[in-house]
Design a protein around this ligand. Structure first.
Ligand code: PSU
Ligand code: MN
Length: 311
């Protein structure tokens, strides 16, 4: 598989060969997470944030029957323009079926799909906006994101602004603990961030900065642990006021999803909730972009420190 279906972009290959820092970026955030045309700007800005911090970006997606780690601009534009109509939201279970469709097919990888392909290519660090989790009511619906089981089995460090409060954050952290996933936060409050706000009320161990995070990744590698690591990177403080308002929109969106039975529609649930929140609170787009770039930057800074430690 790794040779015939995996296409590692020349810029990523060169960086890996030279032991330079590489950061994976997902593509579901482009097709399903942000509306067009804002999504193209976010995707390009995330790559730039990674470059500005001294690392090489590798956006991951499935195109025409190949799994790409690292895309060029035209490929990112294709994802952004096609949006959810053209792209299949691709977690672990969907990888083979999307590849089997061959020419013309587009798969936008979630956190789980991105982790798998990043790891195959030899990329250890991944930055994104938010990870999936245990949905509210998940104890009955069993809607638990495949991101969480992937974190248990694939050794990639995932940087995000936490889990969105459309999810059940305490149960998400419990599940990660059961699965043996190490979870840390960059927040000085010691709380795991809750996406639009830095405060979830849930405490996890803290890291003091990218060097500290890199040491932790290295120890996990040295032990040969096959599980991933989660790093919460809180949204910058200037977005906290907007976060409080968006929180109200989140509550309303969750209530509507239950009324309309969206919560029982599997993989549609997360994109529906994200879209509804952005309709109810237009600020959410600006916050979402800011937290995404912030996580990508911290991932890149940590990837640079990690290469420095390995040298
Ligand atoms: N959270 C966001 N934006 C997103 C996602 C999560 O704020 O776009 C996407 C990510 O790709 C994540 C996926 O991996 O949703 C989780 O979906 P599900 O809950 O269906 O597992
Ligand atoms: Mn789900």
């Amino acid at each position: 598989m790794a040779t015939s279906r995996l296409v590692v972009h020349p810029s990523v290959q060169a960086a890996l060969a030279a032991r330079k820092a590489v950061v994976a970026l997902e593509s579901t955030i482009i097709t399903h997470g942000f509306p067009s045309p804002a999504n193209l700007g976010v995707a390009l800005a995330a790559e730039k944030a990674v470059r500005d911090a001294g690392a090489v970006p590798a956006t991951v997606a499935l195109l025409d029957g190949k799994a790409h780690v690292g895309l060029d601009r035209a490929q990112i534009e294709r994802l952004a323009e096609g949006g959810p109509a053209k792209a299949v939201k691709t977690s672990r279970r969907d990888l083979a079926s999307v590849l089997a469709k061959g020419r013309g097919s587009v798969g936008a990888t979630t956190v789980s799909g991105t982790m798998i392909l990043a790891h195959m290519a030899g990329v250890d660090v991944f930055g994104t906006g938010g990870i999936g989790g245990v949905h509210r009511g998940g104890e009955a619906s069993m809607d638990v994101s495949a991101d969480l089981t992937e974190l248990a089995r694939t050794p990639v460090a995932v940087f995000s602004a936490g889990a969105k409060s459309i999810l059940d954050i305490p149960r998400t952290l419990e599940y990660l603990e059961t699965q043996g996933v190490s979870v840390h936060t960059f927040a000085s409050s010691g709380q795991f961030p809750a996406f639009y706000t830095a405060y979830s009320g849930c405490r996890v161990p803290q890291v003091d900065g990218p060097r500290d995070a890199a040491r932790l990744i290295l120890e996990s590698k040295r032990l040969g642990l096959t599980s991933g690591i989660v790093f919460g990177v809180p949204i910058p403080n200037e977005y906290e006021a907007a976060g409080q308002k968006i929180q109200k929109a989140v509550e309303q969106a969750v209530a509507e999803s239950v009324e309309q039975g969206i919560d029982k529609r599997g993989k549609e649930a997360t994109p529906w909730l994200l879209k509804r929140v952005s309709e109810l609170a237009s600020e959410s787009l600006t916050s979402n972009k800011a937290l995404m770039l912030n996580s990508a930057t911290m991932a890149a800074r940590t990837a640079v420190e990690l290469q420095d430690l390995i040298k």
